[in-house]
Design a protein around this ligand. Sequence first.
Ligand code: PEP
Length: 246
Amino acid sequence: MRTRMIAGNWKMNTTLSEATNLAESLTSISSPETEVVIFPPFISLGTVQNTVKNSQIKLGAQTIHHEPKGAYTGEISGPMLKSVGCDYVLIGHSERRQYFHEDNALLNQKIRAAISHQLIPILCVGESLAERENNITLDVIKTQILEALAAIPYTNMVIAYEPVWAIGTGKVASPEQAQEVHAFIRKILSDHYDKMSAEKIRILYGGSVTPQNSHSLFEKPDIDGALVGGASLSAESFINIIQTHS
Ligand code: PEP
């Protein structure tokens, strides 16, 4: 039995005071059957950790540098993220792949860095609209997973399936489209590791999730929760997604 996870990716939104207020309004959440993780901007992590420390909310970072320290101006390392209370880190969000040219080989190094600093990686994968229209969705997903996880032994990790055409567009994948890819991802994980390990790995769906569409997504057997962008910036809609019953 996998514990449902609802993760909120705040991206490059919220000033320090806005982040603190948003985090504060989530602290009353009491949803013991769901793991809730938020991913504020780097500069707010320390303050938000203080805000949520007596609640069930966990903290994650939006990316990580693969080296533990050194001359990498502007970057943030695993030990730094641990020092502000992060448990999770997003790896390979499509915006990092698109705007910061992160490829699967680099993501492999980032996953290794996360694991070596006791951060749980959430590997994001997903096809573009052109790739879906060319019927190569499953090939793209397989390559993204196998290259990112190459020679990495099984460990506690999460996968987020986020079709690029559904992120921030209001176009959500149908529950059937998402389930097809999630089941495929689990099969890849089963072949790469083993069936028992693959059954333990949570696979989140991401892409325009709202309180209106979360129920039908969460009904599917391989959809173990959601990575939420836009709707996580409103406490009300994020809490409504957390409280979705399937
Ligand atoms: C995301 O950024 O991971 C995401 C899924 O965004 P949105 O929910 O806004 O589509």
